[in-house]
Design a protein around this ligand. Sequence first.
Ligand code: BG6
Length: 484
Amino acid sequence: MTTSPPSAPGPVADLPVAGDRVSQTLLLLGGTGDLAARLLLPGLGRLVATGAQPGLTLIGSGTEGWDNERWRRRVADAFATVGAGGPRATEVVRTSRYISADVTSEEDLRRLLADCRGRLVIFFALPPMITAKATAALARIGLPPGTRLMLEKPFGTNAITARSLNGILARLVPEDQVHRIDHFLGKSTVMNILGLRFANRIFEPVLNSTHVACVDVVFDETLGLEGRAGYYDGAGALVDMVQSHLLQVLALIAMDAPPTLDARDLRGRKAQVLRATRVWDDNPARWSRRARYTAGEAAGRRLPAYADEPGIDPNRGTETLAEVVLAVDTWRWAGVPFRLRSGKALAGEREEAVVTFKQPPRVPTGLTGYEQPDRLRIGFEPDRLSLDVNINGPGNPLELDQVNLAADFGPGELPPYGEVLRGALEGDPALSVRGDTVEDSWRIVEPVLEAWRAGAVPLQEYAAGSHGPGDSLLTPAPGEMRRH
Ligand code: BG6
């Protein structure tokens, strides 16, 4: 091991450039982990297979004593899962290297940095505690100028640790070089919310409290724990999904139009919305719910009770389903409930945001059959936009029927992780979560976590494969809602 200081490359302008190739190193900390294998490396494979990032070198690091060959096999296997082949992907695998290191040790970090060439992008695919220690160690030894940092969620474990991590990062690099990853922002349907809202005349004028009764953001999965006890039992559905992904979706649906989609405008608009967001009535005991699954069968698979899964401490009372009703206290949205829900091991996948409109002021006497208000549905999986509208049905023209007008979105060019990696490798933080926004997201959910810890909200149970506990805060209850 060498203790010599890192050979810091110069600023971006001085980097070695061949043609339009700016050489960059992506240093993947936690490279041997599950996240890297399942999501990051496949996303990277698809990105480089498009011919993007010509000057990129990949270095993986972990505590395991792997050699280059084993690491390259890991990268190649991950690329193969998404069919990422071709000369560029092959080149990235061939030139990739593995360095075993303890990223909380200054000495090991120095050694790692000394091995990186060109502009450096460091991806922390690590648990929050290790990320905090690694960034603190980096703050002591310094980083080459221009370095960009990518951090996987959860960002901190509460508002205090998120603030302290933000403080450390601010000592390392400017905020625009910090990429806090929320892969939902790389989902093409989520980004399509921008086009839908701001490139059409017909939706935006009615997206406000005059016309909207409520907004639901729902992410129900059939998957259970999937062997992630170590992480999930300390997080639970509220932190895993609501504090991060669903609040980001809420922000995109509720924000005012940004003048441009550059990072400053887009993230500024989202931050305004989240600053104005809090638990409905400031009453988390009334407006939140939690539950965990018992044994059952979801999507044809037999699941044990969450509490019986290996590695779970049942006494922690971790929830696998969370619901919370939020208020967005702005002129546009005052009085409109935003209901966020996510659960695992449920009967079906329902992954959508639904804007439910108010009833028309008056349905003329003589028009019969009005039952349901209009709904705008933004489906994340499948990627679909649809509208439930009341029109005159077949037969009697004065008898109303609700019909669904639907359009499918094509899949995005890149998977979500490919998209967020592209942002960081190209130095565009628009799809990254800004530091103040992460702190606000914790501020929003913390009263709920406190109410739960104090026992003010019972931990309910639902059988795996069911629609969740019956008395949902969402109305109509998810099981009654139509799937499109
Ligand atoms: C992850 C959560 O961030 O998002 C998982 O940790 C969840 O629990 C996943 O299953 C859902 O996202 P996707 O893109 O896999 O549908």
